[in-house]
Design a protein around this ligand. Sequence first.
Ligand code: SAH
Length: 409
Amino acid sequence: MPKIPPALSRQADPPSLARASRPVVKITERGADRLKSGHVWVYRSDIVSAEEEPPGGLVSVVDWRGKLLGTALYSSASQIAVRMISPGPVDDFPALLRERVRQALEYRKLVVRDSDAYRLVFSEGDFLPGLIVDRYNDILSLQVLTQGMDSEMVRSVIVSELSQQGNPAAIAERVDARVRELEQLPVRQSGLIQGEKTSTIFTMDGIRFQFSALEGQKTGAFLDQRENYAAAAQYAHGEALDVFCYQGGFALHLAPHCSSVTGVDSSRPALEVAEQNAALNGREIEWLEANAFDVLKDYSAAGRQYDTIVLDPPAFAKSKKNLETALRGYKELNLRALKMLRRGGILVTCSCSYHVSQGDFMGMLTSAALDAGRTLRVLEYRTQAKDHPIIATIPETSYLKAVIYHVSA
Ligand code: SAH
């Protein structure tokens, strides 16, 4: 079983030592095959029987013959009923949690460069399913998405380990009310868990950004694009347009290399932070509060031209069902952008929809290139920053696609 890192599976005792007292969840052959392929989820439809279990508690998972497959966190609400945390029995859960947090920190030391903001814990990507922790300089921002990570015991162990290892000025919790409702978790407010500091300035690639722990979308910035900012900056030149710019991550990285930069977003609060960020770095950037589809349509109809265009829309495909509609949306954006790029221009185009595969995305881009009559040379195929680890056997951990093209003809 290649799925759980060796250091973690050291926790596992032989199956014969399974603790008899833990509730047992029996799963189908299909569910067991999924785990054997290195995945960590079991869907409710693959559960044969489950003993009475408090929501979010630890369970022993056995196959249809009764053979132990490991220990998991159980959700009474999610279609993902079981999320594995170990391929064997777990006797000391707090110790396991502490070790996972330490390993997450170790990994970041290896992969994060030139930034004091990064994702410290990425849920299944760090074998802590349902826990997200981001670091913004001296503030940690935590988000809980599953029953298993929401228990008081788990919270207090995680917070104490983060506090010891990361030594932050404050730890804040950001609540996604809708996720909590879907997971049938009690209502909570966003707020500070530890310390008093609620805002700070973080630095990426020498560029400064404002962070407010209790405002904004997601858990602050879109840290998954961090490495793509620096990559885009390598090729950016001339007049640049950053479409779906949020708080200006791309725009601010492009600015030192471009003669002018315009950022477009429909969110006024995001653009207000973007403007503060520009001021922090002494940059003049034009921010446009508008629907990106309208701007691209109007500007391309008016014959406006650019040398660098970034497209980083929100996830258009929320499920497999609307894949076709999503691809039409992506194509419209990319087609218009391609028509507006000058010869030798740079297109940085992204999709953060898990349901749009790399193949779907490339197919859409090829078709847009043909329709626009442009020649596209791939400069870089890219994905999410390495602090959002992609586990080879868990496809759902991989969601961001970013391609940088040189556009000619
Ligand atoms: N590029 C950004 C992240 C973009 S996230 C970064 O690196 O930080 C997607 C953004 O699209 C959000 O800021 C959201 O406000 C914006 N958005 C969503 N729909 C939009 C629309 N129709 N027109 C313009 N902006 C839109």
